[in-house]
Structures are given as structure tokens and as C-alpha cells.
Design a protein around this ligand. Structure first.
Ligand SMILES: NC(=O)c1ccc[n+]([C@@H]2O[C@H](COP(=O)([O-])OP(=O)(O)OC[C@H]3O[C@@H](n4cnc5c(N)ncnc54)[C@H](O)[C@@H]3O)[C@@H](O)[C@H]2O)c1
Length: 256
């Protein structure tokens, strides 16, 4: 099956590295024009340049998804967005950060996770959906986590923020399906990206070995594993799929 995204403009948030970069490259390969967002302008531009060097169409569009005014300004300056991939996540500029036991944490620990993973998705969806509804076609794909699907110890606020984004997906799917707009979530298992590189760089690290034993496919996820499904959900063949959360996780077992 060939998935053709030519003629579509896709905004991928947090696409300066990791999963988002993999998604941006895959969208360009499928023919989409890619708006490469990142908090860090130089990262966004590097990925846009890489796409252009390979013959694709891309522009770097730096903004912080937690800043609603910046999001709306960038979207109104950047022209119509046909596909939004909400990938920017974790805890913003500080990367993943740590949370630890819920009972030892407080609002200042929770806020960065909620701001990026939930408010960031609200902001971007709010900015692009009116145009999609007017044009009668649109796709929203949100990158969530197994932590949000099943819960994860010591990551309560992250889990809550990712579950919130999946709840938003379901509500927007119901509200927007009649306008030709689909909204879905991809829930990832542990990926190998800059955010988690410290874990994977030493193959003998006992934490990595213990984690991998929980994965039927004994490797961490790769950005292209997420990208394959994101491209499919954005493509014409997926027009009757909406409101769903799809795990992409190497067959993880959750008992810890
Ligand atoms: N890495 C994993 O194991 C894993 C597992 C499950 C889900 N996820 C999800 O996948 C997504 C990507 O993760 P990753 O591992 O590639 O992350 P990463 O930290 O390697 O890259 C994230 C990128 O997003 C950018 N970013 C962060 N906050 C932003 C903001 N407020 N506005 C714009 N850009 C911002 C960062 O600058 C960075 O370039 C996240 O939503 C994450 O929660 C990752």
C-alpha cells in the first residue's frame, strides 16, 4: 500500500530530535510539506534543512507549545495546516526530568508535565482545527505513552497528562468527525531517543536489561516505529479511523 501525503501540509511539534524528527522525515518522504516545530529554533531548522537536502519541502517553525499566543501566531502566519502531529512532550526544555513517588511530589513537580503534554496539545489543536473544519479535511495525531494507558509508578503526573491527551483525542474525534477531521493517539512504549539515551548507551546497564525483559520484541522503540503509524493515520486510507489510542510498544508486559 502506498500512502501519499502530497498536497498536505503537516505541522509536527517537538520535531527537532527523537520521535518527532523521525515523524517529520517520514511525512516528507510520503510527500507532505512539513512544518518542523521545536522549542529550540536551531534543531527545527536542522531537520528542515535535512528534509530540503533530500528533495522534500520543509520549514522550521520554532515556538513553545505551552505558549498559546505563540502557537496561534505561528499557525496564522504559517498558512493552512492539514495534519497536526502533537509530539512535543515530556517536560519541556528540561527534557524528561524526574518525578518520583507521587506522595513526595507537589504542584511544582506536576506542572511542567501537564503544561507540555496536555496544554500543549490543547493549544495546537485549538489553533489548527478551525481551518481543518472549514476545509472539510484534517488529521490530528497525538503522541502519548503507555504510561497514560496503563499508569506507571513514579510517573503519576506524566501518566495523567498523557491520559488527558488521549481523552481529548476521543472528545475531539466525536466533535470533528462530521467535518472530515479524524483525531487519534499513538501510545508509545520506551523509545531510544535523546531523552532516553542515557539508559541505552551502555548495553550492560542492568536497568536497560531489566526493562528489555518486559518487551516481547527485545529492543527499545525507534522513531520510525512511531512514524509508520503516524503516516498511516494521516493518510487517505485511514479516513474511517478516529477516536482511537494505538499502542506501539514491542509487546510490553506491564507487571513490574
Ligand atoms: N522516549 C520515550 O521513551 C517515550 C515513550 C513514550 C512516549 N514518548 C513521547 O514521545 C514524544 C517525543 O519523545 P522523545 O523521546 O522524542 O523526546 P525528546 O526529548 O528526545 O525530544 C523532544 C523534542 O521536543 C522539543 N520540545 C520540548 N518541549 C517543547 C515545547 N514546549 N514546545 C516545542 N517543542 C518542545 C524538545 O526541544 C525536543 O527537541 C513525547 O511526547 C514523549 O512523551 C516518548
Amino acid at each position: 500500500m502506498h500512502i501519499d501525503l502530497s498536497g498536505r501540509r503537516a505541522l509536527i511539534t517537538g520535531a527537532g530530535q527523537g520521535v518527532g524528527k523521525g515523524i517529520a522525515l517520514a511525512f516528507a518522504e510520503a510527500g507532505a510539506e512539513v512544518l518542523v516545530n521545536d522549542l529550540r529554533a536551531e534543531r527545527a531548522q536542522e531537520v528542515a534543512d535535512e528534509i530540503a537536502a533530500a528533495g522534500g519541502a520543509a520549514a522550521g517553525v520554532p515556538f513553545d507549545v505551552t505558549d498559546y499566543d505563540a502557537v496561534t501566531a505561528a499557525v496564522s502566519d504559517g498558512g493552512p495546516v492539514d495534519v497536526l502531529v502533537n509530539n512535543a512532550g515530556n517536560a519541556g526544555r528540561e527534557g524528561f526530568g524526574t518525578l518520583g513517588r507521587f506522595v513526595d511530589s507537589g504542584p511544582a513537580d506536576w506542572e511542567p508535565f501537564l503544561r507540555v503534554n496536555l496544554y500543549g496539545v490543547l493549544h495546537c489543536a485549538r489553533a489548527v482545527l478551525p481551518g481543518m473544519i472549514d476545509r472539510g479535511w484534517g488529521r490530528v495525531v497525538t503522541i502519548s505513552s503507555d504510561s497514560g494507558r496503563t499508569g506507571e509508578a513514579n510517573l503519576a503526573a506524566y501518566s495523567a497528562s498523557k491520559a488527558g491527551a488521549a481523552g481529548l483525542t476521543r472528545a475531539l474525534a466525536v466533535e470533528c468527525g462530521r467535518y472530515g477531521v479524524t483525531v487519534n493517539t499513538i501510545a508509545l512504549g520506551t523509545m531510544r531517543t535523546p531523552a532516553t539515551e542515557a539508559l541505552w548507551s551502555d548495553p550492560d546497564d542492568p536497568r536497560a536489561r531489566a526493562l528489555l525483559r518486559r518487551y516481547a520484541v527485545r529492543r527499545p522503540g525507534r522513531p520510525e516505529d512511531a512514524a509508520a503509524l503516524a503516516v498511516f493515520l494521516a493518510g487517505p486510507q485511514a479516513s474511517w479511523i478516529t477516536g482511537q489510542t494505538y499502542p506501539v510498544n514491542g509487546g510490553i508486559s506491564f507487571a513490574q
